[in-house]
Write a protein that binds this ligand. Structure first.
Ligand SMILES: *[C@@H]1O[C@H](CO)[C@@H](O)[C@H](O)[C@H]1NC(C)=O
Ligand SMILES: *[C@@H]1O[C@H](CO)[C@@H](O)[C@H](O)[C@H]1NC(C)=O
Ligand SMILES: *[C@@H]1O[C@H](CO)[C@@H](O)[C@H](O)[C@H]1NC(C)=O
Ligand SMILES: *[C@@H]1O[C@H](CO)[C@@H](O)[C@H](O)[C@H]1NC(C)=O
Ligand SMILES: *[C@@H]1O[C@H](CO)[C@@H](O)[C@H](O)[C@H]1NC(C)=O
Ligand SMILES: *[C@@H]1O[C@H](CO)[C@@H](O)[C@H](O)[C@H]1NC(C)=O
Ligand SMILES: *[C@@H]1O[C@H](CO)[C@@H](O)[C@H](O)[C@H]1NC(C)=O
Ligand SMILES: *[C@@H]1O[C@H](CO)[C@@H](O)[C@H](O)[C@H]1NC(C)=O
Length: 494
């Protein structure tokens, strides 16, 4: 990016030297729109203004132009059709340092030129990508820093959307440096759905400075997603471009950029990249080289056309299994979120299940107590498995969890449920015994009661992760299948 900036500066000075009297203050401009911060990009060379070839432009390069024009952040690069004519093209090797201006530009005939839009009212400074940095707002031709106390998460949603980034992921004071004078003197009161920060309601805050550590710093997520796969962690890569989700061309992708995508989506590591055939259509092209400098997808996309789309599979593509105890009246005397109390001598069934994603696979129930650890494995039938302990003993006391394993896409995947802690109380429960002996049909009916244990596991709580733990309903079916289910369950005794 710095090379383009250097190029623009060299260019300005080069022209000045050539003819002091006719030196223009700006040799780069955006024309055709009301604001000087959007429109068709034109560059001047040897007294001739010409548009610039659209080929190989990214937001990252556009950001340099916006900054050069003091126009804030770059929000879009667009292709504009034009009659065939000679336009400027910047040679790619010019982005290596040390190039001379004259060597960088060449004239070539083209029918596609570049339109560029900068956002002249809000910018994020000093961040690691166009979607992060210290917040500044422009009014009366001046940029002002914003204090954290005048800015909240709803305001952040508006800024992230306005910049074309994904939803905010972090809002923290002084993350990207201290506030620069002047300081914005109103408190933003966005509802969260406004299209621009300066459209939000605000109230006076009479602030003239931010206390140290209080300059609003914001990180928005990248607008990327995987669609059409078995979960949110596998599928065709899409990037939001000008408000619309667009697939990405598979050209030149390796595991390295894919790893960035998986990590960004909180989906673990990258397992494979592949291609998916489609009709010839508008797509985004991402030069993997762009990643070498910074890991932001959005800055590296170029509009293009292709019939081969990129698909990515990440390691955490499996949903989280749930661990459930279908209540068998004689055993369960008390159940809380992730804890279960059973009476010694009663029977206990622990069911593992997962939402349907792939056929087959197996469940492993692992058990750890203070002095032992063992595990049982069963194939998944109907995406679940039932582990039966006919007579519980104190030795069964401990922590249980379910692992689901499946071999798909030429890889082994696994996913772990949250823990269920089981305590076995000292004496057999005589009441339960009598009830079981006397009123069997009633027991079968009551067996329908499913205790569902909410996971507190961190996995389920991360920002943006969908609810993995679907309530598995053994309900009505279980009443009829009760005995059959017991037969199917694996008998476990020690
Ligand atoms: C410099 O600019 C002036 C006026 O625009 C022009 O008359 C003159 O020929 C230029 N000189 C050179 C060396 O280009
Ligand atoms: C490009 O900018 C011009 C103004 O210079 C405008 O008339 C045109 O509609 C824009 N085209 C696109 C595709 O944005
Ligand atoms: C496109 O731009 C990138 C980054 O400046 C550069 O590395 C690459 O070589 C260019 N590609 C072509 C085909 O010009
Ligand atoms: C950007 O960084 C510079 C120096 O690293 C610092 O002086 C400045 O305050 C920062 N700006 C913002 C808006 O955080
Ligand atoms: C079960 O897990 C809990 C918390 O994770 C822990 O405090 C307890 O000691 C564990 N119990 C056994 C028997 O390992
Ligand atoms: C399961 O048990 C087997 C032996 O019984 C052991 O080799 C294996 O490591 C155990 N797996 C887990 C995940 O504890
Ligand atoms: C699997 O579940 C479906 C409905 O959930 C049921 O109709 C089917 O009989 C079950 N199959 C087995 C083998 O349990
Ligand atoms: C997948 O797991 C199975 C069973 O654990 C093992 O036999 C197989 O080698 C594994 N395959 C790969 C590619 O890791």
């Amino acid at each position: 990016m710095d090379h383009l900036l250097l190029l623009l500066l060299l260019w300005s000075s080069g022209i000045s030297e050539r003819n002091q009297s006719s030196a223009e203050p700006d040799e780069v401009r955006l024309v055709g729109k009301a604001s000087h911060c959007g429109g068709t990009l034109e560059m001047k060379h040897v007294r001739e203004w010409r548009p610039v070839d659209f080929y190989n432009w990214t937001l990252k390069k556009a950001a340099v132009v916006c900054e050069h024009l003091d126009c804030g952040s770059a929000v879009s690069v667009q292709e504009r059709k034009s009659p065939r004519r000679l336009v400027w093209s910047i040679r790619p090797d010019c982005f290596q340092s040390g190039s001379k201006l004259g060597d960088c530009l060449r004239l070539l005939p083209s029918t596609t030129i570049l339109n560029l839009t900068c956002l002249d009212s809000v910018r994020l400074l000093n961040g690691s990508s166009l979607c992060s940095g210290g917040l500044q707002v422009k009014s009366s031709q001046r940029w002002s820093s914003v204090c954290e106390d005048d800015f909240d998460l709803q305001d952040a949603e508006v800024v992230c959307r306005e910049l074309g980034c994904g939803p905010p992921s972090l809002l923290q004071g002084a993350l990207y440096g201290e506030a620069e004078a002047p300081v914005w003197s109103r408190e933003f009161q966005c509802g969260g759905h406004e299209s621009a920060l300066l459209d939000c309601r605000s109230s006076g805050s009479a602030r003239s400075s931010c206390s140290p550590g209080k300059a609003a710093g914001l990180t928005c997520s990248e607008p990327v997603r995987l669609v059409g796969g078995a979960s949110r962690c596998a599928g065709t890569l899409e990037v939001k471009h000008l408000g619309e989700w667009r697939p990405v061309d598979d050209n030149g992708w390796t595991m390295k950029p894919a790893a960035v995508v998986c990590e960004h989506l909180d989906c673990g590591s990258a397992v494979s990249v592949g291609k998916k055939k489609s009709t010839y259509r508008f797509v985004l092209k991402i030069n993997p080289d762009c990643f070498k400098l910074r890991s932001s997808l959005r800055e590296c996309v170029e509009p293009s056309y292709s019939s081969s789309l990129l698909s990515v599979t990440c390691s955490d593509l499996l949903a989280q299994p749930s661990i459930i105890v279908p209540a068998s009246i004689d055993g369960v005397s008390e159940a809380q979120q992730q804890e279960l109390r059973v009476s010694r001598g009663s029977s206990l069934t622990i069911s593992c299940s997962i939402q349907p994603q792939f056929p087959g696979g197996s469940f492993q129930l692992t058990f750890t107590s203070s002095n032992t650890a063992y595990n049982y494995t069963q194939p998944a039938v109907n995406h679940s498995a039932h582990f039966l302990f006919p007579v519980t003993e104190p030795a069964h006391q401990g922590n249980y969890s379910c692992f689901y394993r499946v071999y798909v896409f030429s890889h082994n995947f696994s996913s772990e449920s949250c823990q269920l802690s089981v305590t076995v109380s000292g004496h057999p429960d005589p009441t339960g015994f009598i009830i079981r002996a006397l009123v069997l049909p009633l027991i079968l009916l009551l067996e329908n009661v499913v205790l569902y244990f909410y996971c507190k596991a961190s996995r389920g709580q991360r920002l943006g992760r969908p609810e993995n733990n679907k309530l598995v309903n053994f309900g009505v079916g279980a009443a009829e299948e009760g005995p059959a289910k017991e037969e199917g369950a694996h008998l476990i005794s020690r």
